[in-house]
Write a protein of this length. Structure first.
Length: 331
């Protein structure tokens, strides 16, 4: 498949996914578990059919390594979704997760003994300042909510602080999982699609621990107002429609990223994913009218400029533009 098609899948799938996720969370803030379970189930079934060949294909990477990876992946997914229950706004959630470069660099230095150039450290500093700015301003908004008395305001703020702690933990765990995957791929070769399948299939039994919450929200979804799907005319509760669309768009997004990893360099993939996060953020703010001050915009700019500096995209644009300028003369 052409890389341009993959880019369209990433942007279209991921940006649409954010919309349907926020529609779900706004109606039922605690529905993160049923959303995660549905996404995992869909991708696991698809992978079981097309990647594992109904269980007949042996994995290239030993199963014990997948079990470790899955424990990390499951924890990160659940904690990130649960943070939305702790007074964490969607824009802050998205910005905070964009700080994965910080965690990756820190753990790379500690675990892999890596050393980086000054430009890398500068980019990480920008991302850190951006996240701190957005986090601090959101803390002021939560603490100064005029509709709450002092005691309730403190209670809400403490839950928000717990949400920030959960996001920080998930960020570090995700970075550790990336390092673990890097070492596995060096040892056994790259098997991204196989890893995608096992990362979603093996955690499914773990959702039994969350079964009461999942069942509770399934009942609430079934009681939502009916909605007729255009074209096909099928009627179902609107929350189930939102969930269905969220699952499909999530799969499209992940599939697009997978195609990019096989067709493009890691720099291109990082750049596309970073720009996708920025577009999703802007769309979420404008479409849902989320509170976003000038300080939030400044923090967001720091996060994404720092991320682009980290990928050294500026160094790649020069030769690319030079080749583009020479093309008409050569023709």
């Amino acid at each position: 498949m052409h890389p341009a098609v993959a880019v369209c899948l990433v942007f279209g799938g991921c940006c649409s996914n954010v919309v349907f996720l926020e529609l779900l969370v706004r109606q039922f803030p605690g529905c993160g578990n049923i959303v995660t379970f549905s996404q995992f189930l869909f991708i696991a079934v698809e992978g079981f059919i097309f990647e594992a060949n109904f269980g007949r294909k042996r994995p290239a990477i030993p199963m014990r390594y997948y079990l470790i990876m899955v424990a990390m992946f499951f924890t990160v997914s659940v904690v990130n979704n649960y943070a939305l229950n702790l007074n964490i706004a969607m824009p802050l959630h998205m910005i905070f997760r964009s700080g994965s470069l910080i965690a990756s660099m820190a753990l790379g230095i500690i675990i892999l003994k890596k050393r980086y150039s000054m430009s890398k450290y500068t980019s990480i500093a920008l991302v850190s300042v951006g996240i701190f700015t957005c986090t601090f301003m959101s803390a002021k908004q939560v603490a100064s909510d005029s509709g709450l008395d002092e005691e309730d305001g403190l209670h809400v703020f403490l839950w928000w602080l717990l949400g920030i702690t959960a996001l920080t933990f998930a960020l570090l765990m995700s970075a550790r999982m990336g390092i673990f995957q890097e070492t596995l791929y060096k040892q056994f070769g790259k098997h991204s699609k196989e890893a995608l399948f096992y990362n979603h299939a093996l955690p499914l039994p773990g959702f039994l621990l969350l079964a009461p919450n999942i069942y509770h929200h399934a009942v609430l979804f079934s009681q939502s107002e009916p909605f007729q799907i255009p074209v096909i005319g099928l009627t179902l509760p609107i929350m189930w429609f939102y969930l269905l669309m969220n699952v499909i768009t999530q799969y499209v997004c992940i599939r697009g990223v997978f195609i990019l990893t096989t067709e493009c360099t890691s720099l291109t993939v990082t750049l596309v994913v970073t720009l996708r996060k920025f577009v999703s953020l802007i769309f979420s703010i404008l479409y849902f009218r989320n509170p976003f001050t000038a300080w939030h915009w400044l923090g967001t700019a720091f996060v994404f400029v720092g991320t682009l500096m980290y990928t050294e995209v500026w160094n790649s644009l020069g030769p690319l533009l030079a080749r583009w300028r020479k093309r008409p003369k050569e023709e």
